[in-house]
Design a protein around this ligand. Structure first.
Ligand SMILES: *Cc1c(COP(=O)(O)O)cnc(C)c1O
Length: 395
């Protein structure tokens, strides 16, 4: 069924298009505003290696995010790999199966064994109460994820890390701009990693960053991301090429000018979804914590047993209506071939993660959505539900 032919499109404002509604869509500034930045790059011929835009973006992000130090990277995956190198993490690291696969891949790239711990069913974040039982003499760190931008229980995780002398590296790819009790959540733990990929709240086409707390650590990371070079002739570590280019850094500076407006738009979309979808039996809406300023990066809903359709049946019906909602995170990381043989990857030790992986679907959430788009998503969910309820009677 094309979106035009649906009933809601005909009663909605005319922005609705025949394009599918995707779960996310990158925001781009007006092209003409980017041209002066490109002219500067063309004039200076400084394309990378910590040029002026790179330095400006690091400073601007540190101020905007409320963090001491930002180390820009080509992407978050290289940043995760480098953070583990910078902290000399080895052996085993405790992490969550309910995330994007890059979280655990960064461990395997360092020869580290991931140890999966189940999530809290309410927050989708690693359950701190289950971490201690997973600690062994080989454990050196914890790598939690602020899933959907909701802050982890950083206090509980910090206490365990202190007691067992473990490092904490947060995969904060979803948590750009998130505050907890008036503080950036990115200051928790030893390091936090951000992603500026096209699909994220703040994008530089591709990009990422490590947030760290002291200048010496920043300098060490800056060497590591540039092959280990300290000066022209001195290489102090087996570094990698993780540098962000001037092109991406310049774009980031421009994107940062609009970020507050874009976050406000996401907030209003979140509010509209809540108005339209509250009270539907079997659908649990995301409950953002009171004490946090979240970034509305995702709108994950949970399809329970009282809903007349399974999550997967709803996913397919939405797809047929031109709505490309996504089942984040299905499959779990622990189900992929390189992880499923691990003792901690067994299904019975991760019941909450498996349940969430079966029940959650992320609805389209990005600043490019029109009211007509949101109406179409909500009406399609309600239509699917009503239709499924009538089906048994018809049969
Ligand atoms: C997007 C994402 C990454 C990877 O980010 P890239 O910048 O694409 O490398 C890692 N972890 C999580 C949780 C993500 O969502």
């Amino acid at each position: 069924m094309s979106r035009r032919s649906s009933t809601i499109a005909s009663v909605s404002p005319p922005q609705a298009s025949t394009q599918p509604i995707t779960v996310t869509q990158p925001h781009l500034p007006p092209l003409e505003e980017f041209l002066p930045y490109l002219e500067q790059i063309w004039a200076s011929k400084v394309l990378t290696n910590g040029g002026p835009f790179h330095r400006q973006l690091e400073a601007a992000l540190a101020t905007y995010l409320g963090v001491p130090h930002v180390c820009l990277f080509a992407n978050a995956t290289i940043a995760l790999v480098t953070a583990l190198q910078a902290l000399r993490i080895t052996g085993e690291v405790i992490t969550t199966p309910y995330s994007f696969v890059a979280t655990a891949h960064s461990l395997l790239w360092n020869g580290i064994k991931p140890v999966f711990v189940d999530i809290d069913p309410q927050t989708f974040n690693i359950d701190p109460a289950k971490i201690e039982a997973a600690i062994t003499p080989q454990t050196t760190a914890i790598m939690p994820v602020h899933c959907y931008g909701r802050p982890c229980d950083t206090e509980a995780i910090g206490r365990i890390a202190d007691n067992y002398n473990l490092k904490v590296i947060y995969d904060a790819a979803h948590a750009f701009g998130v505050q907890h009790q008036g503080q950036s959540v990115l200051n928790a733990g030893d390091m936090s990693i951000l992603s500026f990929h096209a699909t994220k709240v703040f994008n530089t086409f591709e990009g990422g960053a490590i947030i760290c707390q002291d200048l010496r650590t920043k300098q060490h990371i800056d060497h590591l991301k540039n092959f280990g070079f300290v000066d022209e002739v001195t290489v102090v570590a087996t570094g990698i090429n993780g540098k962000m280019s001037e092109f991406n850094a310049a774009l980031g500076l421009l994107q940062l000018r609009q970020i507050d407006e874009l976050l406000a738009k996401r907030h209003s979309i979140d509010t509209i979804y809540r108005e339209r979808l509250s009270g539907i039996q079997g659908i649990a809406l995301p409950e953002w914590p009171e004490e946090a300023d979240v970034n509305w990066s995702y709108f994950p809903i949970r399809i329970g047993t009282e809903f007349p359709l399974s999550r997967d049946a709803l996913y397919l019906q939405l797809k047929a209506a031109g709505i490309l909602a996504r089942r984040y995170f299905h499959p779990l990381i622990s189900e992929f071939p390189m992880y499923r043989g691990l003792p901690s990857a067994q299904v019975n030790s991760l019941p909450n993660a498996h349940k969430a992986s079966r029940e959650v679907i992320c609805l389209p959430q990005h600043p490019g959505l029109s009211t007509a788009d949101i109406d179409h998503v909500c009406m399609s969910i309600m239509t699917a539900s009503e239709h499924a309820k009538r089906l048994p009677l018809a049969a």
